[in-house]
Design a protein around this ligand. Structure first.
Ligand code: TXA
Ligand code: MG
Length: 341
């Protein structure tokens, strides 16, 4: 028996209450759903969400699915149109995830949504998951509880083998009934799109809202990965690897580490103590704070390519590529950088 099997606890009310306390303190717990086991944390805490990415060792920040106890809680986070309401009423609780626009007052961490204006929401059909969500009193961000690139776990023992040392505890709800992840549908635009086939069949969804367009990073149809899944796109030019002072008047600085070069119009520091988890937690919120018309651009200090640094740099590079003025073949005159002064 591996030592981390000791993290497996029967899903009694007492142990669920303990898991809820761990979550309230920003910790990680694994819990069963009807699809696969999830690696859960407080979805409203950037720090707790950063811990999920660190535990999974994902090389990039893919947006995570956020789990809710009931429809009212989900509606406090996301904008439901008539299609979303119809699907929610038909399939929830169940193996269907809806990508919807974030509400203005959405309590979900921007890191959980990888900086996007959308949020992926679902109510799981599993008593243990639902009890945990109620006891925690907050939404839970939860990707499948496996290291990046490994198969999804459908028993508590699977979780213990691969992530046992990364979680405070694993609630044992027995084997998952469905065993594949939820179906992900994007309803954030006019066209409903199937992003990931999963536990609810396409035909059953189409019976409610009509034909689904294909598309998405995980869709069965071959498409160029990275093109389909949207990424956070800043409206100001982004200058990576900034080591000195500003290169143009009005430039803002996204700093990392103790030494901030002077002269910038504004500064946010991802982590003065060079802690990559803290930097990940602050990344999207601080980028947005600096990405404002009163500044001429955002300079970003170098971030080490270790641990969560890899994912942070991946997102910064993508953001820089999508920013105005980035060197792109397709960039038209409107894509030219706005020069201050
Ligand atoms: O069955 C499941 O869905 C499991 C259990 C634990 O609930 N969870 C799960 O979560 O598979 P996760 O975070 O691994 O799934 C993320 C999927 C990815 O395909 C991601 O691209 C998509 O959901 N996704 C999440 N948020 C999105 C967003 N804002 N826009 C587009 N796609 C999103
Ligand atoms: Mg997964």
């Amino acid at each position: 028996m591996s030592p981390d099997a000791s993290k497996i606890l029967p899903a009694s009310d007492e142990n669920i209450a303990q898991a809820a306390r761990v979550i309230a303190e920003g910790g990680l717990v694994a819990f069963p759903t009807e699809t696969v086991y999830g690696l859960g944390a407080d979805a409203s805490s950037d720090r707790a969400v950063a811990a999920i990415y660190a535990a999974k060792a994902r090389p990039r920040f893919n947006p995570l699915i956020v789990h809710f106890a009931d429809l009212a809680a989900a509606q406090a986070a996301a904008e439901f149109d008539v299609r979303a309401e119809a699907l929610a009423r038909r399939f929830w609780p169940g193996a269907l995830t809806l990508v919807l626009r974030r509400r203005r007052d959405c309590p979900v961490s921007l890191l959980a949504c990888a900086g996007l204006d959308t949020v992926a929401v679902r109510i799981p059909a599993h008593q243990v998951a639902l009890k945990l969500l109620k006891a925690a009193g907050r939404p839970l961000a939860a990707p499948s509880a496996n290291p990046s690139g490994a198969v999804s776990p459908t028993t508590a023992a699977h979780v213990a083998e691969s992530l046992g040392d990364k979680v405070a505890l694993i609630l044992d709800g027995g084997p998952c009934r469905i065993g594949v992840e939820s179906t992900v549908i994007d309803l954030s635009g006019d066209e409903a799109r199937l992003l990931r086939p999963g536990g609810v069949a396409r035909a059953d969804i189409e019976a409610v809202i009509g034909p689904l367009a294909a598309g998405g990073e995980d869709a069965a149809a071959p498409r160029s990965p990275g093109l389909a899944l949207q990424h956070y796109a800043p409206s100001l030019p982004l200058r990576l690897d900034a080591r000195g002072g500003p290169e143009r008047p009005g430039e803002a600085l996204l700093a990392f580490g103790a030494e901030e070069p002077p002269g910038y119009a504004a500064v946010r520091n991802l982590s003065p103590g060079s802690d990559l988890s803290e930097a990940a937690a602050n990344l999207f919120a601080m980028l947005r704070e600096l990405d404002r018309p009163e500044f001429a651009g955002v300079a970003v200090m170098p971030i080490p390519e270790t641990g969560l640094g890899e994912a942070i740099n991946d997102r910064l590079r993508r953001a820089a590529e999508m920013a105005p003025g980035a060197a792109r073949e397709s960039a038209g005159p409107k894509g030219q950088p706005r020069r201050a002064g």
